[in-house]
Design a protein around this ligand. Structure first.
Ligand SMILES: *Cc1c(COP(=O)(O)O)cnc(C)c1O
Length: 361
C-alpha cells in the first residue's frame, strides 16, 4: 500500500469522476436544439472540480460558463483563460474592479447593480441581465424589465444576454412553466438582438424553453433532468469505500451510536471507512444502501463521522479490504438523495475532499 496517490486504503474511500461522461452529457444536451449549450459550473462544478471539468468541456466545444460567485469566477478563469464566464449571483457592492480584472461578466439583476456597472464600464465590458419570471430571488421583475427596454442604461451596461430561471422545470405539468415561458418571451421580444437563455437541465426538456443558450448544470454531472421518467444522462460519479472489518453478531445486538439498530436475527456486519465528514449525509442513517459484490446491503443505525455500518448478511463478497459502492452501479445520486430526504444536487455538491479523487475518460 502506498501512502497517498490513488490508494483507497490510505484514504478510506475513492471518488471516481468520469470526464468522458460529462462531455457525452454536454453533447447530448447540445444536440437537443439549435441553441448553443453553456455549462453551469458553480460550486466547483457541482463538486466535480472546475479545474478538470472546465477544460474537458472547453475542448468539447463549450464556450460559455456560469458560476455563482466572483471567487468561483476567478477560479474558473484560471482553468478557462478564453471562455465567457458569467457570475449568476450578480455584482456585489464595489466589485466592478475584480470583475474587469478577471474578464468576468456579472449577471445584473437590480437597478443598483445596473447603475454601478454602467458607471464603471460605460458599455465597454459585457454583462447579462437577469429577469425574474417567478422565483422572486434574483433579477428584475418582468414589468421593470419591460419598462427598461431601450433605456440608455442597458447599452451603458454592455448587456449581451438576458436570462431567467425556472421555478419547477423538473415538473413538466406545473402550469408555472408555461407562464414563465410566455413572460420570458415578452421580455425577449422587447430586447431584440440580445441572446436569450432560460433552460436549466430540466428546462432543456421543455418545449419552447431552449432559446439561444442552454444553461444545464445538474444533468452534465449525471443527475436526472426528467425525474418522472428514466434518466437519459450518463452517470458521472462513483463513490466506493473500503471495508475495514466484518463481524458476526447475535440477535438482539445493537450497532452504532445510541444503539439505533438492533439485530432481529444473527447477522453479519461490515464497517466502511467513510462517514458524514466525507459529505455522505447522516440523514441517510437507517434508510440507504451500499452494494457489496453487487448485493444491496442496508446502512444500519447512525452514520458516524468517519464510518458506516452495513448489514452484509446476504453479501458473501464482504471481507476486510473489499470495497462497497455507495454511488454507482445503478445506485445513482438521485436515489441516494431521496434516501437521505434531500435531492441529488445536495449529494453532489456536498461530496467531500478527504477521500482520493480519480479522474477517468
Ligand atoms: C444552478 C443554475 C442553473 C443550472 O441548473 P441545473 O438545474 O443544475 O441544470 C441554471 N441557471 C441558474 C440561474 C442557476 O442558478
Amino acid at each position: 500500500m502506498t501512502e497517498s496517490g490513488t490508494d483507497i486504503g490510505a484514504h478510506g474511500a475513492r471518488l471516481t469522476i468520469d470526464l468522458g461522461a460529462i462531455v457525452a452529457n454536454w453533447r447530448m444536451l447540445s444536440a437537443r436544439g439549435a441553441a448553443d449549450c453553456a455549462a453551469v459550473v458553480k460550486a466547483d462544478a457541482y463538486g466535480c472540480g472546475v479545474s478538470r471539468v472546465g477544460p474537458a468541456l472547453l475542448e468539447a466545444g463549450c464556450r460559455t460558463f456560469f458560476v455563482a460567485h466572483l471567487s468561483e469566477g476567478v477560479a474558473a478563469r484560471g482553468a478557462l483563460p478564453e471562455a465567457a464566464i458569467y457570475v449568476l449571483n450578480g455584482l456585489p457592492p464595489g466589485a466592478c474592479e475584480p470583475f474587469a480584472a478577471h474578464g468576468l461578466r456579472p449577471v445584473l439583476g437590480s437597478p443598483e447593480e445596473l447603475s454601478e456597472w454602467a458607471a464603471f464600464s460605460g458599455g465597454r465590458l459585457p454583462a447579462a441581465l437577469h429577469v425574474d419570471t417567478g422565483m422572486n430571488r434574483l433579477g428584475l421583475p418582468v414589468p421593470e424589465a419591460l419598462a427598461l427596454a431601450g433605456d440608455p442604461r442597458i447599452a451603458a451596461c454592455g448587456i449581451d444576454l438576458i436570462l431567467s430561471h425556472f421555478v419547477s422545470a423538473e415538473k413538466p405539468a406545473d402550469p408555472v412553466n408555461a407562464r414563465q415561458i410566455a413572460d420570458f418571451g415578452r421580455v425577449r421580444a422587447a430586447y431584440p438582438g440580445l441572446r436569450a437563455s432560460l433552460a436549466n437541465s430540466s428546462g432543456v426538456f421543455l418545449d419552447g424553453a431552449r432559446h439561444d443558450l442552454l444553461r444545464p448544470g445538474y444533468a452534465l454531472f449525471g443527475g436526472n433532468p426528467t425525474p418522472e421518467a428514466a434518466n437519459p444522462m450518463r452517470p458521472v460519479v462513483r463513490l466506493e469505500a473500503m471495508i475495514t472489518q466484518v463481524r458476526n453478531v447475535e440477535a438482539g445486538a445493537s450497532a452504532g451510536y445510541n444503539g439505533r439498530w438492533t439485530a432481529p436475527a444473527p447477522s453479519r456486519l461490515a464497517t466502511l471507512s467513510l462517514g458524514y465528514a466525507d459529505g455522505f449525509p447522516r440523514a441517510i442513517s437507517g434508510r440507504g444502501q451500499a452494494l457489496v459484490g453487487g448485493v444491496p446491503c442496508p446502512i444500519l443505525g447512525l452514520v458516524s463521522m468517519d464510518l458506516i455500518i452495513l448489514d452484509v448478511t446476504a453479501a458473501p463478497a464482504a471481507r476486510r479490504g473489499a470495497t462497497a459502492v455507495l454511488i454507482g452501479d445503478g445506485l445513482d445520486i438521485d436515489t441516494v438523495g431521496r434516501a437521505a430526504g434531500t435531492i441529488g444536487y445536495e449529494i453532489l455538491t456536498g461530496l467531500g475532499s478527504r477521500y482520493v479523487r480519480i479522474y477517468v475518460g
